[in-house]
Write a protein that binds this ligand. Structure first.
Ligand code: SF4
Length: 555
């Protein structure tokens, strides 16, 4: 067993040591004891009270002896439809507790026990099994990110090389200046695929132009949005695509160091990424003077500990720096003041995985994959009451109903679609009209008061009580609000209570209060959580007035 000193020595030169050290203690002992927390505080010179506040903020660090062995059951929206509450009840004798969406909505219900993910629809059916590959593409559809993901051994370096892997980096190093790579990314129209949609080329240009060294590339792999599991499949089956994308980002931005911040709930993915990084280093695709060029770049793998807000880039950077993971006030932005206050490009997994095919096939090729005025493709995680849940790569601009009915097989037998969520939960709901007419692109989805975001779509058929679905969604936001600003902290709680039946007895007054709370939250919250959460109630009132009226009458 490693001593405390061994652990501290192992991470003495790590640029972001707090989380790796805490994880090593947690793995060694099965929990974080007060003595361990005290030792870490002393070693890293973090005030004990501050560290205690940080440790207890994360869901997965147990402060109970053997707490790591206690089952954690996903009670995300789709798992709830699939019997999560019964599994939680059946495992209550083992002390099972709830965990927010664990990103297996296409293969529910995940339960984390002792650091391993099991999935199944009942306790007796729980087993460890690999995540699901995306279905083959529709006839006539050209994919970008998923083009090679179904090839055998694609996760290995040999498999990746067999499908032109690292060819883009090789071409860039031999034939293209960083400026030329940047121009290609700009021309392609690639924009952030993690939700914000900021043009990738502009972000890289800003980091490249920013004063200050060193510069960093951070891959945001903290896929915590309920209903989103598309980054997981890239990392599980095509991890080198993301690694190559990070190296190309480093080449453009002038960075020599990168980080992958991976969510805790993907332990199998951690091992896959760790292997892929080791293979890439051994073959000279990472490290000093890559392929004998002047370019040096390496990547650290950092594991989160369970906090939805860490998907927000300021929180993520604070978490990596060992600070309390509150979102940061902006400006300044990470492009000038990111990790350790240095210029930093924070990009999502899918965004980075788009980069190698763009460089290999041309910017114009990528641009042409979209429909109409749209550039490129988007990964959609589809789950819930639909015949074929899973990950799909769609041309941007594809009609929503084409995805739902033609690609994903339509509703379950004998059922009809009632609602879908957008952006996981953050975009609220779309109802009947949008199901018929909306297209999968920001312009169209925003015209319904929502946004496409990270591309999670959860489907609810006509059996579902949408007020209860909304209550559970708001309860999730209330649980995950970091508490930094009170409109979000209190607003999400009040909205959860109202959706549970409290509030003014007069329906018009009840609705007015809901809308008032939502407006205050959207106008004054400091990060996306507090701004997006009211979309749940807003869209409920807009698309499901009859269900709201029946709910209010029945209180
Ligand atoms: Fe935290 Fe909510 Fe404020 Fe975001 S909006 S900083 S999650 S309290």
């Amino acid at each position: 067993m490693k001593s405390n000193e061994d652990i501290f020595r192992a991470f003495a030169n790590h640029p972001a040591p707090l989380l790796p050290i805490l994880h090593t203690f947690h793995d060694r002992d099965g929990w974080l004891s007060q003595d361990s927390i005290r030792a870490v505080a002393e070693n890293l010179q973090i005030p004990l009270a501050e560290l205690y506040g940080t440790v207890t903020f994360y869901h997965h660090f147990s402060q109970q002896s053997s707490g790591k062995q206690v089952p954690r059951v996903c009670t995300g929206p789709i798992c709830r439809l699939n019997g999560a509450d019964e599994i939680l009840q059946d495992m209550s004798a083992q002390g099972a507790s709830e965990m927010p969406c664990a990103g297996r909505c296409d293969d529910p219900v995940p339960v984390i026990v002792g650091g391993e993910v099991l999935v199944g629809l009942s306790v007796s059916g729980l087993e460890a099994r690999p995540s699901m590959l995306p279905s083959p593409p529709q006839k006539g559809i050209t994919e970008c990110v998923f083009a090679s993901i179904r090839e055998a051994n694609q996760a290995s370096l040999a498999g990746y090389r067999a499908s032109q892997g690292y060819r883009a980096l090789e071409t860039a190093l031999l034939e293209m200046t960083p400026q030329k790579v940047l121009e290609a990314i700009n021309r392609s129209g690639l924009a952030g695929r993690g939700g914000a949609g900021f043009p990738t080329g502009r972000k890289w240009q800003a980091v490249r132009d920013a004063a200050g060294h060193p510069k960093f590339i951070v891959c945001n792999a903290d896929e915590g949005e309920p209903g989103c599991f598309k980054d997981r499949v890239i990392m599980d089956y095509d991890p080198h695509a993301m690694i190559e994308g990070m190296a190309l980002a480093g080449y453009v931005c002038g960075a020599e160091e990168g980080f992958i911040y991976l969510r805790y709930e993907y332990p199998g993915t951690f091992n896959i990424l760790d292997n892929a990084l080791t293979e890439a280093r051994a073959a000279g695709w990472l490290g000093r003077q890559i392929q004998d060029s002047e370019f040096t770049f390496d990547i650290h793998l950092v594991r989160g500990a369970g906090a939805y807000v860490c998907g927000e880039e300021g929180s993520l950077l604070n978490s990596m720096e060992g600070k309390h993971p509150f979102p940061r006030n902006r400006p300044p932005y990470p492009v000038t003041n990111g990790f350790n206050d240095k210029p930093t490009a924070v990009n999502n997994v899918e965004t980075l995985a788009c980069v190698p095919p763009i460089i290999r096939n041309s910017a114009e090729w990528y641009q042409g994959l979209g429909l109409g005025d749209e550039s490129g493709t988007k990964l959609i995680s589809l789950s819930g009451d639909v015949a074929k849940p899973g990950n799909y790569e769609v041309p941007l601009g594809l009609p929503l109903k084409t995805l739902l009915y033609e690609w994903a097989g339509g509703p379950l037998p004998g059922q009809t679609f009632q609602a879908v969520t957008m952006a996981g939960l953050s975009g609220g709901f779309l109802g009947e009209e949008a199901l018929e007419e909306a297209s999968l692109c920001e312009k169209s989805i925003r015209s319904y008061g929502s946004f496409l975001g990270a591309g999670g779509i959860m489907v609810f058929d006509a059996r579902r009580d949408m007020v209860e679905v909304a209550r559970q969604a708001m309860s999730f936001f209330a649980e995950e609000s970091c508490g930094k600003c009170f409109p979000c902290r209190i607003g999400t709680e009040r909205l959860t209570e109202r959706l549970g039946g409290s509030g003014p007895s007069e329906p018009a007054a009840w609705k007015a209060e809901i809308q008032d709370l939502g407006k205050a939250m959207a106008a004054t919250s400091a990060c996306g959580l507090g701004v997006a959460a009211p979309l749940v109630t807003e869209s409920l009132l807009r698309f499901f007035p009859e269900q709201v009226a029946a709910f209010l009458k029945g209180r």
